[in-house]
Design a protein around this ligand. Structure first.
Ligand code: ADP
Length: 399
């Protein structure tokens, strides 16, 4: 151990004092003592280091209050000192120490008042804890809380906007349903009349007029328009029925015979286009679904695959079906005209016709989407213009 100036070994008392001194001077907190009026009489090394003053600049020259910021000094004078006098101590008063270079440091101040035998205040012992890290942490917490509050507000706003959008969408959907119902219902009578009138006209016109090429052509065009109109109304009625009887009874449907049946209906188009069809159904030969609706889905997708074929190649349409854990996945792939990303986003809306070189109503895919979504399924399309398209329908697997 160390020796004193005369190189004599220290006794245990001196060693203790030495250790006490070292502890006092280099403690992890700042210590100081002052007279009751605040005049500093003792300051430890730690506090001197924090403040940036030499001991002689403080001891007997400054008061404790002068080490604090103005607000802190005021608070100490009005609250700390009276409390100290009243109860003999103060605890955890939060102040900012003012360093010599003008910077500040957050501290907690504890102080004890020592009185003499008569009770007259003699000395105040002060302990200052550096709480810079704690303040930073508190500020970070506060910042994080503010951010969280802000994000919560944003989320609430988004939620409200979503709810509003949902409400509008539901209303638009309802309006659309009403429109489709009214349109299909109200247009039936006039088109039936027009059809009757065209027939009547054909009967009334003298044979020589009917045989005139131009007249015959006009009547054929009129009949074709009436047919198209009637077809549209039928499809619209189908959609209305779909909405009214959402819960058509499901049953186990064999895909192969269903597809054969559809091919029979499509025979003229298949022959004309010399289309090739392939079916890969081994992984999922049967599907539990309302047969009429399943037929509608496959009929529309298959007939579109042929209708929108590429002029430079023989149409090849593949129908595949497989199961995953929870779904039946039906895919209809063609090598036809394909669709741009913009067109892909449009095709499932009602009356969307993106190719006009063939006849159509623009309702088929809309109806398919309604059927699929009514059954909690999905329909998507992947396509490349000029190469072809794949329509994927997923239907929830019935346990
Ligand atoms: P429709 O065929 O009666 O016009 P759909 O609702 O079935 O009505 O299809 C809407 C539009 O989507 C079609 O007019 C066509 O432009 C486009 N389309 C549908 N299927 C395909 C396909 N397989 N390849 C390219 N375009 C397609």
């Amino acid at each position: 151990m160390t020796a004193d100036n005369n190189d004599k070994p220290l006794n245990s008392h001196q060693m203790q004092e030495n250790a006490d001194d070292l502890h006092y001077e280099h403690a992890t907190c700042g210590y100081c003592s002052c007279l009751p009026n605040g005049t500093l009489v003792k300051v430890n090394q730690t506090l001197l280091q924090w403040l940036g003053y030499a001991r002689e600049e403080l001891v007997a020259h400054r008061r404790l209050q002068q080490l604090l910021t103005m607000g802190g000094a005021l608070h100490f004078g009005m609250y700390g000192e009276p409390l100290l006098l009243l109860q003999g101590y103060v605890r955890e008063l939060s102040y900012q120490l003012r360093h010599q270079d003008g910077t500040t440091q957050p501290v907690l101040l504890n102080a004890n008042l020592v009185r003499d035998a008569d009770g007259t205040p003699l000395m105040v012992h002060v302990m200052l804890f550096d709480i810079t890290a704690r303040r930073q942490y508190e500020q970070e917490l506060l910042r994080a809380k503010k951010l969280a509050d802000h994000q919560r507000e944003q989320l609430a706003e988004l939620n409200a906007a979503l709810l509003e959008n949902n409400r509008l969408l539901t209303r638009t959907n309802a309006d659309l349903d009403t429109f489709i119902y009214t349109a299909s219902h109200d247009l039936k009578a006039p088109i039936t009349n027009i059809e009757g009138l065209v027939k009547l006209l054909t009967h009334q016109l003298p044979a020589e007029v009917l045989q005139q090429q131009q007249v015959a052509h006009i009547i054929t065009l009129m009949q074709a328009s009436v047919d198209r109109f009637t077809e549209t109304i039928h499809q619209l009625s189908d959609i209305t029925r779909l909405q009214q009887s959402q819960a058509a009874p499901a049953e186990s449907v064999d895909l192969a015979p269903l597809l054969d049946d559809i091919c029979l209906d499509l025979a003229p188009q298949l022959t004309e286009a010399r289309a090739q069809l392939t079916f890969a159904l081994d992984q999922c030969p049967r599907v539990h679904f309302a047969p009429r609706h399943l037929r509608s889905i496959l009929y529309n997708l298959l007939s579109n695959g042929i209708k929108y074929c590429h002029p430079d190649r023989v149409p090849v349409v593949q129908v595949r079906c497989h199961r995953n854990d929870t779904q039946v996945v039906l895919e209809v792939q063609d090598n036809g005209l394909g669709l741009s990303p913009k067109q892909q986003a449009q095709i499932f809306g009602p009356f969307q016709r993106l190719h006009n070189h063939v006849e159509g109503t623009g309702i088929g895919l809309y109806a398919v989407k309604r059927i699929v979504e009514n059954a909690d399924g999905t329909i998507t399309v992947q396509s490349q213009p000029g190469l072809g398209s794949t329509f994927t329908v997923t239907l929830p697997e019935v346990a």
